[in-house]
Design a protein around this ligand. Structure first.
Ligand code: PAF
Length: 282
């Protein structure tokens, strides 16, 4: 039976028991409004660990002042059902006051990797992410923690944080889950009108084209970026934030396609900012 725990002391007590019985723990950190992408993380964790904990916490400090914290979709009852069906054992659903009580002062920051791509358009965002993920890792002390590759930069940043801070956890990346027509599944897709959703298909379409170009031997990032831009720009509702090709480990832009590259983009449709990417290894 799935348990829901809202306070830090209770989850620590629960975990003490589980660790005493040598249970292997997987953590899936989420902001709730769970979809098939989250369900696939939970299922992977349930296969690889004895106990899967899903944290559901809309983290206020990773949203900028003009971003969508207040309207970010929330539905705890549905999240409980999705988690249970996917094989979770415990939901950890703290309040903002539980995580950041009055007088809270400590932040965790990864340099450089957070200053590019989404970090450039969302200053402070990754500091909020690394701070909350550090807190969750300290509270739960899992053996493995799971992240979806739709947020590829987030995965790279957290992997670096775990390495630099000698944290005792394996960071497990999981593939992007897409709707049948190619749109990467995201909690924010709910904000798209039907015309915006149609236009948003240009993201995956352009990334698949880019992958084809690389597979047929194209090595020039500029040509690939131009192709992606041409496809997306055909959609009047699309407002491009960035399209970049970077090395998957360093997140530095590449002047030639070689090794493992991340082709990442962020595009706004109305007020909804979507991200998508593809990782290609040459
Ligand atoms: O990817 C997310 O949903 C969030 O950034 C995370 C990792 C749960 C931290 O709030």
């Amino acid at each position: 039976m799935l348990k829901t725990i809202t306070n830090i002391k209770d989850i620590k007590d629960e975990l003490k028991q589980l660790k005493f019985s040598n249970k292997i723990i997987g953590l899936v950190p989420t902001m709730g409004f769970l979809h098939e992408g989250h369900a696939s993380l939970i299922k992977t964790s349930a296969c690889q660990n004895d106990i899967t904990i899903v944290s559901i916490f809309v983290n206020p400090i990773q949203f900028g002042p003009n971003e969508d914290y207040n309207i970010y979709p929330r539905d705890l009852q549905r999240d409980i059902t999705v988690s249970q069906n996917a094989g979770a054992d415990i939901i950890f659903n703290p309040s903002a006051n539980e995580m950041y009580p009055e007088g809270y002062k400590t932040y965790v920051e990864v340099k450089e990797l957070t200053e590019v791509l989404c970090g450039r358009s969302r200053p402070g965002h990754f500091k909020g992410v690394t701070t909350v993920v550090s807190k969750l890792l300290n509270i739960v002390q899992p053996d493995r923690v799971y992240f979806g590759l739709k947020d590829a930069q987030q995965y790279v940043v957290i992997k670096k944080m775990v390495e630099d801070l000698n944290m005792n956890v394996k960071v497990v990346p999981c593939p992007i889950v897409r709707d049948i027509d190619g749109l990467a599944i995201s909690s924010r897709n709910i904000f798209l009108s039907s015309d915006e959703r149609k236009a948003a298909l240009s993201l995956s379409k352009s990334l698949f084209e880019a992958e084809k170009m690389i597979k047929s031997g194209e090595k020039d990032p500029e040509k690939i970026i131009k192709k992606i831009k041409d496809i997306i720009s055909q959609e009047k509702l699309a407002n491009i934030d960035y399209i970049e090709i970077v090395n998957f480990d360093t997140l530095k832009t590449v002047d030639k396609i070689r090794g493992k590259v991340l082709i990442a983009l962020a595009v706004k449709f109305g007020n909804t900012r979507l991200i998508d990417n593809i990782i290609v290894e040459v």
